[in-house]
Write a protein of this length. Structure first.
Length: 404
């Protein structure tokens, strides 16, 4: 989980920033000339800046002092997976990181600073657990970067030689990843970086806010490439945006949410109690949108916690497919059963266009799917009552929803 950095890190940021033990095959370089492949690209964009920074880190890793400093910082990082905010790391300790990269690459510090500003916020860490445990700070290290989850990572050794790695299987050689930030480095546990405590009722026993909860989930894959470490699963409640025929996110539950909305699923299976939508939120939504219901959507977050980044047309096509197969039954609503028990059940949900503001410099999140009640799709899994259908109506998982 995330922790608040020191005041020194904030000052330094301002100066710079704006599993497997199998050996994966190394893909052929995208350069035919070995001499050319030894250098990072000269193109003046985010990808070019990241590759140049990765190569400079790799060259600096030839120095035992720099390797020791990097390993010490990684080991002491309180962030999950021992991540470092790269731009802040560069500026720390009187800009020691910039100077080390300058000496290692033979390039001026100004060029390194310019690329650090040009690149989007980046994080530096060893994403493969076996690599984190096994790397001793020696020269056996690669530095790699990639933008998308499943594009071949571009890697450099300590001599600056460029190679492409298998996007699906990590190599035996430890890999230090330089990738877009997925972590909120400024959030402390008290702000939602860990599971929130129970609210204690007057009788002294634990209780929960009334509302819609998820108590278990299973996904068929992580939807995260190995270079980007553990997955960041999120559940969003989508509902009508104003009076339009489009959807917006009313609530997010995930690792970087807050309070009862926090849950951290790092493998295919999760169990617990995570709040998705309070009864107060449900009542308010029904008052504002009396003829509309909500959708439960699962995502794997790539950039920016609890902020949906999906193409609206892609999302509309996805919803149109589901709507044609299960007319008016792809949504959800809370209601009361014949036994006067609060339940959540299938409902019509017609909005299809996603109102999701996203920037051209961020990659899109992985759309896992829309949760649909199991009786609608005719697919049943023991202990679960909703099936997560993805694009092309593929089953990508199943979850258990209940009202408390």
């Amino acid at each position: 989980m995330s922790h608040r950095p020191s005041l020194a890190l904030f000052a330094l940021a301002a100066a710079v920033a704006g599993c497997s033990d199998r050996t994966s095959p190394v893909l052929p370089s995208d350069e035919s000339d070995p001499g050319v492949s030894a250098a990072a690209p000269a193109r003046n964009d985010d990808a070019g800046a990241r590759e140049r920074l990765a190569r400079r880190i790799a060259l600096a890793m030839a120095g035992p002092g720099f390797r020791a400093a990097v390993k010490a910082e990684l080991d002491r990082s309180p962030i999950r997976e021992h991540k470092l905010h790269f731009q802040r790391f560069l500026g720390a300790a009187d800009r020691r990181g910039i100077q080390d990269l300058s000496r290692g690459s033979g390039e001026p510090a100004a060029a390194i600073e310019a690329d650090a500003r040009k690149a989007i916020p980046l994080e530096l860490y060893l994403p493969v657990p076996e690599h984190r445990l096994g790397w001793t700070g020696d020269e056996n290290i690669l530095v790699a970067t990639a933008r998308g989850d499943h594009e071949p990572p571009v890697a450099f050794d300590i001599h600056g030689r460029r190679q492409l790695l298998d996007p699906e299987v990590p190599p035996a050689t430890p890999v230090l990843a330089l990738v877009p930030v997925e972590t909120d480095f400024d959030r402390s546990p008290a702000e939602g970086g860990s599971e929130a405590p129970f609210i204690c009722c007057a009788t002294g026993g634990p209780t929960y806010p009334a509302g819609l909860y998820m108590t278990s989930s299973h996904f068929v894959k992580t939807f995260e490439g190995w270079l980007k470490g553990s997955p960041e699963f999120e559940i969003h409640i989508l509902g009508q945006s104003g009076s339009s025929d489009s959807l917006t996110s009313y609530q997010c539950a995930g690792e970087h949410a807050s309070g009862y909305y926090v849950f951290d699923q790092n493998s295919l299976d999760w169990t617990g109690n995570v709040l998705l939508f309070t009864q107060t939120q449900l009542d308010s939504y029904r008052t504002q949108h009396p003829n509309q219901n909500f959708r439960v959507i699962a995502l794997e977050d790539d950039d920016g916690a609890c902020a949906i980044r999906l193409d609206g047309n892609r999302f509309k096509t996805f919803q149109n497919t589901l709507q044609s197969l299960y007319p008016n039954l792809t949504g959800s609503k809370d209601t009361t059963s014949a036994g006067l028990v609060k339940i959540v059940k299938r409902a019509n949900a017609l909005q299809k266009i996603l109102r999701a503001a996203y920037s051209w410099i961020t990659s899109q999140d992985d759309l896992i799917g829309n949760a649909i009640e199991n009786t609608v799709v005719g697919e049943f899994h023991s202990g679960f009552n909703w099936v997560v259908r993805g694009e092309n109506n593929v089953t990508n998982g199943w979850i258990n929803l209940k009202m408390r």
